[in-house]
Structures are given as structure tokens and as C-alpha cells.
Write a protein that binds this ligand. Structure first.
Ligand SMILES: Cc1ncc(COP(=O)(O)O)c(C=O)c1O
Length: 381
């Protein structure tokens, strides 16, 4: 678990993998530590193992974004990739476009580089490009500095679950091009999909403008800590210099390379989709049964359900009460940049909750939602 929970508490909080879906990697590890020992127990090249860079380039090519291996930097997960991108591209006083809500773990990374935020809304089609257009036009007219980066999670967004529509993807990239702003596409859930509808990668539409963050965390195992950054090779050369960890772990890089080389990835992705679709269905059914007054959009992929609470219920209070009832959930207020650093310095809304259906099994999901409903009834009483 990424967070420490008291015994008996059901986790619908963080986006951990379901333990039953973690693959057996014994054969890959054996290969890494025997036939590949000289490579595995050595420092890895800073850009990553050549075989893994090739594998990632091929995966991205299959997804419509052909890349050369020199356009792939292996990193210790997507968060690490984001940190490196920010270290290279942001300076104190810069700002970053994030949506309201956004992936909350990205916020301290931006803040750590001294950046502030320009928040833009999300609706059923994802990032509100018209609103962003108005904001950028206003900033430009006032002679203010424009944001340096637009950060977006376009597929099965964390936390809202929404996928950025094709027209919005095109409009976003056209807008970014007009103002010369780099787009960071963070898409860890792209293959955790319960639908055949597939929008093109932003990286496929505008390879020059977009820096893509990818990860094996949601597809193979988060504990391996292997992800990638796809960007032009000039930026990646600077990134390799900035990457002072002695190279990402060659053992886990080789395990993933072998997993893919043996043809196991595709079959495993099928299991991942099936497992999380079942979890999603159980959670949606439990929510409808136990909490009919709460509204939600049913996610077509990813790990999360984003709940809108009826008036009068405070998500921060629910988060702590629910934990006392034996279920961990996250208050939606964590997912807004505005409160602490945003230009408007608003209080983040407390009318949303994020529930993860990834870690807990179906029966735990039922029980977790039941406990959540009990906590909410206590508060309402
Ligand atoms: C949007 C988003 N980006 C990045 C990550 C983290 O990925 P990694 O484990 O590769 O650092 C997550 C995980 O929850 C996520 O939801």
C-alpha cells in the first residue's frame, strides 16, 4: 500500500494495483539474474537499457506515435518523469495549466519548482479548451506571462475518469501551438480501458509540442518503478544529464523487457481490463444501492469513480469519518490546485469524493461502500 492504513480498513483511497492481478515475474527475474547478470548488476546507461527503449518505442508506434528509441528516456515511473520535465522546463515564477480537478500528486512537483497554477475546468469531454483560450487571451492582453506547460491526463483522467474527446484534443493542441506552450501528456491508464473507443494520443497528433509520460505501473506492477518520457532527443539528452540516480534500476528494466519479449504484455493487459471492469461494475452497483443521492459519471477505464455529493455534505469530514468506520476514501478537495497556490487563492471545493476500485476485491468494494454510506449517514444525522 502506498499509504499506511490501520488493520481492517478497506482501501478505496489510493490507486494501488489489485494484489490478485500482479503477474508472476519469476522467470523474467531468473533470466535477468543469470543469463543477463553482467548487465543487471551493473549501472544502467542513463537513458535506459537499449532493449527497453526499443520496446517502448515499438509500443508507442503501435499506438500511433512512432518514435525512435533515442526519443525515449527510461525513468523511475511517470512521476519521476514529470519531475525531470519540470526541472528542465520550469523556473520560479512560471505557471502551469492544470484542470480543476487534477492529479494531486503532480501539484507538489510543480510547486517544488516554484511554479504557480492556471486552473481550467473539466466537463464531460475533458479539459475545457474554450475556457483556457479565454484565459490565455486575457493574460496575453494584460501583458502577463503565459503558462510554460499545459499538464493533462487525457485518458480516463485521475480523478474524474473523463477522456478528452477528439475535437478537444485537436483544439487543445492548436491553442497550445498558437501560444507556444508545451503540452505534457500523462497517460498511465490509457490501456486500462473497458471500451473500444480510442482517441489518438496527443503525442500522435503533435509529436513536436507534446512530451508524453508513460509507465508500466498500471499495466505490470507499480513496485517495479519503471516508466518513460517520450520527447525530442535534444531535450532527452539534457534530461539524461539531469537524471542523477545512477540510471533506473537495470533489474526491473530487464524484467519488463523480458515480460514484453515473451509476448506476455498483451495477454496481461487483457486480464487487467477484465479485472478492473469487474471492480468498476461492482462499485457502481454498490454506490447505486447504498448512496442513491450521490451522482457520478461511469468511467470507461482507469481506476476511479468521482462522486458529486448532495448539498450539505462535506467531503473532508467524510474522509475522516469513513476511515473511523473502516474505509479509506479521498476527499476531492485534494485534487484542486487553487486553494494553496492558485492565482485566485480560492478554497478547494469539498463536494467531491474520489473512490478507487483498483486495489480492493469485489466483496471488499461492497463492504467498503456500505461503510462509506454508514459514515455519511452519521454525518448527515
Ligand atoms: C495521472 C497519473 N500520473 C502518474 C501516476 C504515477 O505513475 P508512476 O507510478 O509511474 O509514477 C499516476 C498514479 O496514480 C497517475 O494517476
Amino acid at each position: 500500500m502506498s499509504g499506511e492504513l490501520a488493520e481492517g480498513v478497506i482501501s478505496l483511497g489510493s490507486g494501488d494495483a489489485h494484489p490478485g492481478i500482479l503477474p508472476d515475474l519469476t522467470a523474467e527475474a531468473h533470466e535477468a539474474l543469470t543469463a543477463r547478470r553482467a548487465e543487471t548488476l551493473q549501472y544502467a546507461p542513463r537513458p535506459g537499457l537499449p532493449a527497453l527503449r526499443e520496446t517502448v518505442a515499438e509500443l508507442m508506434g503501435r499506438d500511433g506515435a512512432p518514435l525512435a528509441p533515442s526519443e525515449v528516456q527510461i525513468v523511475n515511473g511517470a512521476k519521476h518523469g514529470l519531475e525531470l520535465v519540470c526541472r528542465l522546463l520550469l523556473a520560479p515564477g512560471d505557471s502551469v495549466v492544470v484542470t480543476a480537478p487534477t492529479y494531486f500528486t503532480a501539484l507538489p512537483i510543480f510547486r517544488g519548482c516554484g511554479a504557480g497554477f492556471v486552473e481550467v475546468g473539466r466537463d464531460a469531454e475533458g479539459l475545457d479548451v474554450d475556457e483556457l483560450d479565454e484565459t490565455l487571451t486575457r493574460l496575453a492582453r494584460a501583458g502577463e506571462r503565459l503558462p510554460k506547460l499545459i499538464y493533462e491526463v487525457p485518458d480516463f483522467h485521475n480523478p474524474s475518469g473523463v477522456t478528452l474527446s477528439r475535437p478537444r484534443r485537436e483544439a487543445l493542441l492548436a491553442l497550445a501551438a498558437r501560444h507556444g506552450i508545451v503540452v505534457v501528456e500523462d497517460s498511465p491508464y490509457r490501456e486500462v480501458r473497458f471500451t473500444d473507443r480510442r482517441e489518438p494520443l496527443l503525442k500522435a497528433i503533435d509529436p513536436e509540442r507534446v512530451i508524453l509520460l508513460g509507465t508500466f505501473s498500471k499495466l505490470v506492477a507499480p513496485g517495479l518503478r519503471i516508466g518513460w518520457v517520450a520527447a525530442d532527443s535534444g531535450l532527452l539528452e539534457r534530461m539524461a544529464q539531469a537524471k542523477t540516480d545512477g540510471g533506473s534500476c537495470p533489474l526491473t528494466q530487464r524484467i519488463i523487457t523480458e515480460f514484453c519479449r515473451r509476448g506476455r504484455l498483451d495477454e496481461h493487459i487483457g486480464r487487467v481490463r477484465e479485472t478492473y471492469r469487474t471492480h468498476r461494475d461492482r462499485m457502481v452497483a454498490a454506490l447505486r444501492r447504498e448512496l442513491p443521492a450521490v451522482s457520478m459519471r461511469i468511467p470507461e477505464g482507469g481506476y476511479y469513480v468521482w462522486l458529486s455529493l448532495p448539498p450539505g455534505l462535506d467531503a473532508d469530514m467524510i474522509e475522516s469519518r469513513a476511515e473511523a468506520e473502516g474505509v479509506a476514501v479521498l476527499s476531492g478537495s485534494r485534487f484542486f490546485a487553487g486553494g494553496a497556490v492558485g492565482p485566485s487563492n480560492q478554497q478547494p471545493p469539498t463536494s467531491f469524493l474520489r473512490l478507487a476500485y483498483s486495489f480492493a476485491g469485489p466483496d471488499e468494494i461492497d463492504e467498503g461502500v456500505r461503510r462509506l454510506a454508514a459514515a455519511m449517514r452519521d454525518i448527515a444525522a
